[in-house]
Design a protein around this ligand. Structure first.
Ligand code: FE2
Length: 417
């Protein structure tokens, strides 16, 4: 068997230590002591070899604009939307492309090779969408990008918004987005969810809705999405993002809702970095964490992934694009400190994200799958999150894309013992 690249002594997430042979852009063999030689061999020395990280929720169109034209002083979602409305008036395709590719390179250096980005389709020129569709094409040889047509100002927030959404789907957006809790009325919110499912079926696209991203316990569009899933038969194609109000529902309603969600089997995305800072802003004390019920969704067997959401934009002025930071925040905010729970948080930024993006057999460390892998400076998932481990090697499409040397700590002076 011919191979172009062999990784020796890599530790998989199940703890087994194996060699991995790659030919061109495919994994062709995984076993202990593979009798295969290749022009390039990398000795992993027992470090963790994982499938790449999956960024299931980000806004690349607004990435790297923090402070433009002004800082979000209140720190609220709504001031963020106002600032973005000012900033997007000067948006150009070149501007979107430059910032998006810069953010993607930053994420790829942290081992992210699959990304779902929302593109605001509330402005008449559809500049954000056109820019991100151009980026999807420009980067496809090293990173996979899905683009969501996201009506930031509401599908019914202005007369032209519904037709802009349809135009975005005709131009090639992969996913239909929405924001029912931001529509002008509750009825508009419900109507928008019905319309999103209708459009997804008409254009054969996935669904990913910003759903109930608010502390209001009366914001209950998740049940509308779940009902649509049950009636339409769609489930794995559908994702509810944020659902932070689920953290504010009383337990009686939450219990009833969880039963419906288990029937609907849609995917969930939590964005703990952003929602721990955006939500709870109208509370004095006690102050809500503003994150959905990640642990309970996971315990119910539903697919949960974690997204970065924003990198230095009007909603979140921090962020490096490293999904291990997101997983680490989830461990804290969602109180997932048990051993299996920490591992689950790692899985939510890898396999869980892949399921949300519907990557199917295009993802995973298995023979016959595309050769996309990361090597971490850690021996297992716990150590990866504990140390926010350096991603030493990123292999994309069978080739080394990025290498990073971990920092070395040297003590000097006399004996500290
Ligand atoms: Fe978002």
């Amino acid at each position: 068997m011919d191979a172009t690249l062999v990784l020796r002594r890599g530790r998989l997430v199940d703890g087994s230590v194996v060699d991995i042979a790659i030919a061109q852009n495919q994994i062709v063999a995984i076993d202990t002591d593979l009798p295969i030689e290749a022009a390039t061999e990398l000795d992993i020395e027992g470090r963790l070899v994982s499938s790449p990280f999956v960024e299931s929720h980000i806004h690349l169109d607004s990435a790297l604009t923090a402070g433009e034209p002004r800082w979000n002083e209140s720190g609220t979602l709504f001031e963020g939307i106002d600032i973005w409305r000012e900033r997007k008036a000067s948006l150009t395709i070149k501007d979107v492309k430059q910032r998006a590719i810069s953010a993607l390179k930053q994420q790829a250096s942290y081992g992210v090779l699959f990304v779902r980005s929302h593109a605001d389709v509330s402005e008449p020129g559809l500049i954000a969408l056109k820019g991100l569709l151009a980026v999807r094409e420009a980067v496809k040889d090293w990173i996979t990008l899905q683009v969501v047509a996201f009506p930031q100002d509401g599908l019914y927030g202005a007369p032209q918004n519904e037709s802009l959404m349809e135009e975005a789907l005709r131009l090639g957006a992969d996913v239909v987005g929405g924001i029912p809790h931001y529509e002008l009325t509750r009825e508009d919110g419900v109507r928008s969810v019905h319309k999103i499912f209708e459009l997804a079926q008409q254009y054969d696209r996935l669904i990913d809705v910003h759903c109930d991203e608010i502390d209001d316990p009366q914001s209950r569009f998740l049940e509308v999405m779940a009902g649509e899933c049950i009636r339409s038969g769609l489930s794995s194609d559908v994702t509810a993002s944020h659902t932070t109000a689920f953290g504010s529902y009383d337990d009686a309603y939450a219990l009833k809702l969880m039963g419906v969600l288990k029937r609907a089997r849609l995917n969930f995305i939590a964005n703990p970095l952003i929602n721990i800072t955006l939500q709870g802003r109208t509370d004095t004390y006690p102050k809500r964490r503003g994150v959905t019920r990640v642990k309970e969704l996971w315990q119910s067997g539903l697919n949960v992934s974690l997204g970065h959401d924003c990198i230095r934009d009007p909603w979140y002025s921090l962020g490096t694009g490293n999904l291990l930071a997101v997983a680490e925040m989830a461990v804290h905010v969602c109180q997932m400190t048990g051993q299996a729970e920490v591992d689950a948080c790692f899985d939510m930024v890898t396999a869980g994200g892949a399921k949300t993006l519907n990557l199917g057999e295009g993802y995973g460390v298995e023979v016959g799958r595309p050769a996309n892998l990361v090597v971490l400076d850690a021996k297992d998932r716990y150590e990866a999150i504990l140390n926010r481990a350096t991603v030493r090697t990123v292999i994309s499409r069978g080739k080394v894309l990025v290498e990073t040397v971990p920092p070395v700590v040297r003590w000097s002076g006399e004996d500290k013992g």
